[in-house]
Design a protein around this ligand. Structure first.
Ligand code: CA
Length: 234
């Protein structure tokens, strides 16, 4: 069955182009040109992916993302027009899975769409393979990761990690002692790879350090390897 993609964009020309290109790739594209319609459409059609512009009439993209995040686990690809918006997408971690800055090429757009849909499918098939009673846990001194629950604990207290922070920490933990480049982390945790993405990794790394390091300025667990990337030390 074709993946359902909800496109939310108030520039008619761009909306048409996106719809045309997605349909041509065999996706089932549904469109909305304001935030309110986007929310009700998402509820009724339960899309496999949402492409969401930020500056929209009625509710803006941040608001739409916030509302839908509480209700469904759909990947959201944000379209941003300004660098300042990227800071909000990345910085506030509103729950978007990926973002593209306008103007973007159709090839890049389709690649991102494909990457998000593939990631969801992988998540689902992994979820089916792992028996529910099997508990995967990692323990590093006072730090524990419970993969099944998607929870981390420090000194037996639940760590308030956002989904991407947990995924990043888990990936690092599974590759303890290895030096991992930002591009590698970007691809493995966010599902795509481009040179401008390193800022996303660095921002998340900073948040993780603030949560799990005794002294975030002198990290002992999330170590920077200069010029290369990061290494997790148990
Ligand atoms: Ca707009």
């Amino acid at each position: 069955m074709a993946s359902k993609i909800l496109i939310v964009e108030d520039e008619p020309a761009l909306l048409d182009t996106l719809e045309y290109n997605l349909s041509r790739q065999g996706y089932h594209a549904v469109t909305a040109c304001d935030g309110q319609t986007a929310v009700s459409l998402a509820r009724s059609i339960q899309p496999d992916l949402i492409v969401l512009d930020i500056m929209l009439p009625q509710l803006d993209g941040f608001e739409v993302c916030r509302i839908l995040r509480q209700e469904m686990n759909v990947p959201i690809l944000m379209l941003t027009a300004r660098d300042a918006e990227i800071d909000r997408v990345v910085g506030l971690e509103i729950g978007a899975d990926d973002y593209l800055t306008k103007p973007f090429s159709m090839r890049e757009f389709l690649a991102r769409v494909k990457a998000q849909l593939r990631r969801v499918r992988l998540d689902r098939s992994e979820a089916q393979i792992v028996p529910t009673e099997e508990v995967e846990r990692y323990s590093f001194g006072n730090l524990q990761l419970d993969v099944t629950r998607h929870q981390a604990y420090l000194n037996n207290q639940t760590l308030p990690l956002k989904p991407k922070e947990f995924e990043l920490l888990l990936y690092l933990a599974r590759h303890k002692g290895q030096v991992l480049s930002r591009d590698m982390l970007m691809e493995q945790v966010w599902g795509w790879n481009f040179s401008g993405g390193s800022r996303t990794v660095d921002v998340h790394m900073r948040w993780l350090r603030e949560k799990i390091e005794n002294d975030p300025a002198q990290p002992e667990r999330l170590v920077t390897v200069r010029g290369v990337g990061y290494r997790f030390e148990g």
